[in-house]
Design a protein around this ligand. Structure first.
Ligand code: PMP
Length: 379
């Protein structure tokens, strides 16, 4: 989609890009200053594989202050982004033939990482009617003696869904009956949450020692390109991740780690500003999207995405072109509405498309109008 969008732009067509998976904000100034200082202070040598000790200590403090969780620095492995942390854990835990339960829609890389580890993904299909969240009964039904791991994000990419404390507790009750299952809790969108606030599944003592929290700096501090993420886990898993990472990438960039430390030391002001702006945009886009006939949409509580169901358009045509799938619709919207989105197939749901609202308000309004006009032509 990005490539096709660029091709259209090269022809002079004004394409509104709503396919981005990153905040459209700049990295906070004090974080940038810390990186510049790190260069001048000669932070230019190899870093410890698991990250600088002071950064890991700052992460321990963050977990205590923001999440009420007790960990030690040796439970943290800093990496080259949450993506690497996820891959570290999947590679360390999943053996060939192990089953990994993944609620759909899921973030694109989960299923691919499981494939790389020669595990089997077992999907639980969540739908818009249930705010794209699974129930304890559905979880229970998916568990087999081969289940090794459960993997989810909350707030979720691509749906923006957030599991409440009560909903997590329902899942925890199931995990209590199955003590051998590990849980990856991807919390990278933790701070882009418009509801009652973030609860980590690690705050339930009965499962804490088998939860691996994944987090990082990409979304909360608009630092996607800096490449800093981390895992928080039992010591045994942390040691395994350290060993694996040590043979593949070593410690992540020295400059980025100094910047990440400054981000945690700076507190949450910039994060609050970003969240306020995202909430305004969410409300705006929700108002416009739900007025479009044939689109079924829920109100996401976090992240910066909508995941509307568009299957009512399948089988409809315009100008000799028939829409058979979400991918067709996404392409149609690019060509006809000049708005780029992402097809739901990539996230394990072929009835939906993902619309990111990491764009300026006037762009969002224009995009929704253009989408509405393009869809109205289909019959
Ligand atoms: N998890 C989810 C749910 C994501 O959306 C992303 C980024 N799009 C990541 C992990 C990876 O984050 P990072 O940039 O820190 O590797």
């Amino acid at each position: 989609m990005a490539k096709l969008g660029r091709e259209l732009s090269a022809k002079g067509i004004d394409v509104i890009n709503l396919s981005f998976g990153e905040p459209d904000f700049f990295t906070p100034e004090d974080v940038k200053e810390a990186a510049k200082k790190a260069i001048d202070d000669n932070f230019s040598y190899y870093t410890p594989v698991s990250g600088y000790p002071d950064l890991r200590k700052a992460i321990v403090k963050k977990l205590k202050d923001e999440n009420g969780l007790d960990y030690e620095a040796d439970d943290i492995v800093v990496s080259t982004g949450a993506k690497q942390s996820l891959a570290n854990v999947v590679m360390c835990l999943v053996n060939p033939g192990d089953e990994v339960i993944v609620p759909t829609p899921y973030w694109v890389s989960y299923s691919e990482m499981i494939k790389l580890a020669e595990g089997e993904s077992v999907f639980i299909n969540a739908t818009v009617e249930n705010n794209f969240k699974i129930t304890p009964e559905e979880l229970e039904a998916a568990i087999t003696p081969k289940t090794k791991l459960f993997m989810f994000s909350s707030p979720c990419n691509p749906t923006g869904s957030v599991y409440s404390k009560d909903e997590l507790e329902g899942l925890v009750r199931v995990f209590e009956k199955h003590p051998n299952i590990f849980i990856i809790s991807d919390e990278i969108y933790e701070h882009i949450n418009f509801g009652e606030g973030h609860t980590s599944i690690a705050s339930f003592d009965s499962v804490k020692d088998r939860v691996i929290i994944i987090n990082g700096f990409s979304k909360a501090y608009a630092m996607t390109g800096w490449r800093v993420g981390y895992s928080v886990s039992s010591r045994e898993i942390a040691k395994a991740c350290d060993k694996l990472q040590g043979q593949i990438t070593s410690g992540t960039s020295s400059i980025s780690q100094r910047a990440a430390l400054a981000a945690y030391n700076a507190g949450l002001n910039s994060v609050e500003d970003m969240r306020t702006e995202f909430k305004k945009r969410r409300d705006l886009v929700y108002g416009l999207l739900k007025e479009i006939p044939g689109i079924q949409v829920n109100l996401p509580e976090g992240a910066f995405y909508f995941f509307p169901e568009v299957k009512s358009y399948f089988g409809k045509s315009y100008n000799g072109l028939t829409i058979y799938s979400a991918e067709d619709l996404s392409l149609y919207l690019l060509n006809e509405a000049h708005v780029s989105t992402v097809t739901g197939e990539a996230f394990g749901n072929a009835d939906c498309i993902r619309i990111s609202y990491a764009a300026a308000e006037e762009q969002l309004i224009k995009a929704m109008k253009q989408i509405e006009a393009a869809l109205a032509k289909l019959n």
